[in-house]
Design a protein around this ligand. Structure first.
Ligand code: DGL
Length: 282
């Protein structure tokens, strides 16, 4: 329950924030949240038994996302961050309409950042097939600035490769795939590239090497963490800044090696085990 002194603007809310993704890519957003909102408790759910979502239909993604939200809401949460480009682009308005707590997606904050960064108004966007098909990033960019030209491209092999540990510079498989996807994108003359899927920050070095130093990369998870901070502040839902928040991790498939794999995404050693849940029950 929220605690504090109402009417004296010392109202604090120590309920956790729920964060979810189709898999472990959303942990890149957790990494940003730990930095930007270190006082907050987080509950992360990665739907590892059904990842990737990106090649699935809009209906299936919405069905999965509803279950993910129902699981997270079995905790008393104050807000949810959808740390998944695919769910954000296809299902955000429905999930917001169905739930009586703030839900933040990754698209709008990321697009706002890209619009602020681009100088030549040529913006690239790479994401899963479902995200590109939805046209949601393109639409949002053009709403923010009608002069922006958007170049979108699905990169369906990136998520399975990253989830299988194939993201390190020098790995010839991921480097070949990245060149094939991104060389045509580089030739469009963009100066900003949105990494529209939360798995992609692990590939930032490889993507940056193909795109060249004149292209700025904008990551989906990071921008949405800032958005969540603004929202919590505006709604007086923030936790006491002097405390240290903790995180709990849940997945829907096997938990062996979770600490090792999660550490890649968090870019630090994780000393938390994951709990396995049966997502079909939700
Ligand atoms: N991290 C998810 C995203 O941001 C991966 C999607 C997938 O499961 O294909 O889109």
């Amino acid at each position: 329950m929220p605690s504090g002194v109402k009417g004296m603007s010392v109202f604090m809310d120590h309920r956790p924030i729920g964060v979810f993704d189709s898999g472990l890519g959303g942990l890149t957003a957790v990494r940003s949240l730990r930095r930007i909102l270190p006082e907050e408790d987080l509950i992360y759910f990665g739907d590892t038994s059904r990842v990737p979502y990106g090649g699935r239909s809009r209906e299936t993604i919405l069905k999965y996302a509803r279950q993910d939200v129902r699981f997270l809401r079995s905790f008393d949460l104050k807000a949810i961050l959808i740390a998944c480009g695919t769910v954000s682009t296809t299902s955000l308005p429905v999930l917001q309409a169905e739930n009586d707590l703030p839900i933040v997606g990754v698209v709008e904050p990321t697009c706002r950042r890209a619009v602020a960064v681009t100088k030549n108004k040529r913006v690239g966007m790479i994401a899963t097939l479902a995200s590109v098909r939805s046209g949601n990033y393109d639409q949002t960019l053009r709403t923010l600035d009608p002069e922006i030209q958007v170049f979108s491209k699905p990169c369906p092999l990136f998520v399975p490769l990253v989830e299988n540990g194939r993201f390190r510079p020098g790995d010839s498989v991921i480097e070949t795939v990245a060149r094939e996807y991104l060389e045509p994108m580089r030739d469009t003359g963009i100066d900003t590239l949105i990494l529209g899927c939360t798995h992609y920050p692990l590939l930032a070095e490889i993507i940056g090497a193909v795109m060249g130093p004149e292209v700025t990369l904008v990551s989906a998870g990071e921008e949405s963490a800032f958005e969540l901070k603004r929202l919590l502040k505006a709604s007086e839902l923030r936790a006491d800044e002097s405390r240290q928040g903790d995180a709990a991790y849940y997945v829907s498939d096997r938990v062996e090696n979770f600490e090792e794999i999660a550490s890649w995404f968090l870019q630090e050693d994780l000393h938390h085990e994951a709990n396995q849940i049966d997502i079909d029950r939700y």
